[in-house]
Design a protein around this ligand. Sequence first.
Ligand SMILES: [Zn+2]
Length: 198
Amino acid sequence: MLMAVRMTVLASGSRGNCTVLSSDNSSVLVDAGISCRETLKRMRGAGEDPQKLKAIVISHEHNDHVAGLQVLARKLQIPVYITEATYQSWRRSTKDPEGKPAKLERREHFQPGRSFMIADIMVMPFTIPHDAADPCGFTFKASGVKVAVVTDLGYMPANVKENLETAYRALGGKMSLFQSASVTLALQDKPLQPITLG
Ligand SMILES: [Zn+2]
C-alpha cells in the first residue's frame, strides 16, 4: 500500500532523537539530536533525499533533540519551526561558533494547538507533559494520511491520547508503538519494535 506519509526514525533515545516525515514531494525533520553529518548519512542510508527536506521541527530544547540543530539549519538553509519559549531556552544554553548566544536565522514560531503547513504536509503541534520549556508532540498529515510523533512522554494525558487515536483511525486501525531508552511513541504503517505501554 502506498502511504502518503512515510516515517523513518533515524535515531531515538538518550543519545539522540531524529525522525524524517516524508510525503511524495517533501519531507520534514522532527528534532535534530544527532550531528549534521550523521543525520545526512542516515537519511541517505534510509533512501531519504536530504534535498527534499523543507523544514526542521523541534519538539523541545533538550540536547538529545537539538545537538545537531545549529549546524543542520545552517547547512541545509531551511527554516526551523520551534515555539518561542523553546527557542529562547535553546539560545540560553547554546553558543554560536564565535561564542555568542546561538541564533537561528530562518525560524518560524508555532503554537501548540494551531496547525500549520510545511509544503504539502499539515503539522499539528500539541502540548505534552515533559520537563522542558514548551514541549510538544506532533501529528503530520498529507493526502489524508496522518501519523504522530511523540517523544519523551512521562505519562499519557487525554489530549495526547486523543491526537494519537485520531492518527490511529486515519491509518485504518493499523498502529504500532515503539520506544527506546526514553519513551517514544509513534504511529506508522509498518511495525517497528512494537511494545506494550505499561
Ligand atoms: Zn527531553
